[in-house]
Design a protein around this ligand. Structure first.
Ligand code: CTP
Length: 406
């Protein structure tokens, strides 16, 4: 299991509104994810939601009192207090009825009253029958909420309540909503609104139609950078070789196989990117003449002739936008920092992330990394052994400073 992301959830006060839809059972898992990541979660349920899930479930998961009504003696001002203390509000699931009431500015229950009293960012996660979602009135209500400044997630397509078939209306998975809440909680920085291009994973070079040469890269480091950049408000393109981990939420994935494919994708996307983080481990060699059909054991050549692949950072230099921040990685086994410094200059980078593959807990496949950050402008920084998610944040903190200085 990868380490749970701490930032930006730790210290956050999240008001989780649950309305009365069948997807409300998934809100329990969301409450758990947020609590585990360090947020204090105040659950507010509409009366209809309590028909689907018991308040006690949320109380046990969050370790905090659950709020269910406007009219409790001694707690008349709950809606003001809850709204004032929240750093973010997420309403999951948001039914068609709740969306209609919110769009009309009603305050007939505790949750809608909290929404009116709140000044923090709000995320609504619609979930309902596909026809109810497609209805012009619901669409109008959702669009109006967007105009009011709320973030409204698009429902997923997939199986709806039992016997109801499938279509757009299904609540996105709790992990995805959790990631969106992280984006909501993030303080706006220099990456907000920027386009970030990240490469991740290995590439594969065909020997024949069923065999390839590659390396041990899992893609974890690049995926962590892409996830953190998206959470910071960037639009993220992830050029991914065959990954051993799932691509993160919110990013646009461009799947590639060979180094040449990856080079072509970087060449295409780089002119529109404000930042390139080249975290992939592209294969440096390919079989010179891949066989068209499967090589048989009986007539296999015992020597494979290799040809070099393009160096992506070198060959795409002219596609860089003026002022773009370019970050490379260097995976070394000998004299890591000195070799990293040479690559920083040779590949014309703003920063290089050097790691020594021979160190325990660093390099391919593991969830942690120990890196040294070298910059063109100096100020080297050796980081301790950290989860890759935290290494990603350290890299992006530096990238934000570089963007800010341009
Ligand atoms: N890189 C690249 N194109 C390649 C190989 C690597 O753009 N064909 C990028 C990597 O993504 C990384 C940086 O160059 O950001 C350094 O990669 P690394 O494998 O450490 O260095 P190489 O240039 O391949 O040099 P060597 O293998 O000789 O150490």
């Amino acid at each position: 299991m990868s380490a749970p992301p701490v930032r930006p959830y730790s210290g956050a006060r999240v008001l989780l509104g649950v309305t009365g839809g069948i997807a409300s059972y998934k809100a329990a898992w969301l409450a758990r994810l947020l609590t585990k990541a360090g947020a204090s979660v105040d659950v507010v349920m509409t009366p209809a939601a309590t028909e689907f899930v018991g308040a006690i479930t949320f109380e046990a998961l969050t370790g905090r009192a659950v709020h269910t009504g406007l009219f409790h003696p001694g707690r008349a001002l709950d809606h003001i207090k809850l709204a004032r203390e929240a750093t973010a509000i997420v309403i999951a699931p948001a039914t068609a009825d709740f969306i209609a009431r919110a769009a009309a500015g009603q305050a007939s229950d505790l949750l809608s009253a909290c929404l009116l009293a709140a000044t923090c960012p709000v995320l609504l996660v619609p979930a309902m029958n596909d026809h109810m979602w497609a209805h012009a009135q619901t669409q109008r209500n959702a669009a109006h909420l967007g105009e009011l400044g709320y973030s409204v997630l698009q429902p997923d397509e997939g199986m709806l309540a039992a016997g109801e078939g499938s279509g757009p209306g299904r609540m996105p998975e709790p992990e995805s909503i959790f990631a969106h809440v992280g984006r909501l909680l993030e303080r706006p920085g220099a990456l907000a609104g920027k386009r970030v291009l990240v490469t991740a994973g290995p590439t594969q070079e065909a020997v024949d139609p069923v065999r390839f040469i590659s390396n041990h890269s899992s893609g974890k480091m690049g995926v962590a950078v892409a996830a953190a950049a998206w959470r910071r408000g960037a639009a993220v393109d992830l050029i991914a070789g065959p990954l051993s981990v799932a691509a993160p939420n919110g990013v646009t994935v461009h799947a590639v196989e060979s180094t040449e494919d990856m080079a072509a994708a970087v060449q295409r996307l780089l002119p529109d990117s404000d930042v390139l983080v080249m975290a992939a481990a592209p294969a440096d060699f390919r079989p010179a003449e891949p066989a068209r059909s499967k090589i048989k054991k009986t007539n296999a050549p015992l020597t494979l002739t290799l040809a070099p692949t393009p160096d992506i950072l070198q060959t795409t230099k002219q596609a860089r936008r003026p002022g773009a921040v370019i970050v490379g990685f260097a995976l070394e086994t000998d004299d890591a920092v000195a070799s990293g410094r040479k690559k920083l200059a040779a590949k014309d980078l703003d920063m290089i992330v050097v790691n020594d593959a021979t160190e325990a807990g660093a390099g391919f496949g593991v969830d942690t990394n120990r890196v040294t950050l070298l910059s063109r402008t100096g100020g080297d920084e050796q980081l301790p052994l950290l989860p890759k998610t935290e290494v990603a944040d350290a890299i992006l903190d530096r990238v934000e400073k570089l963007i800010g200085g341009r």
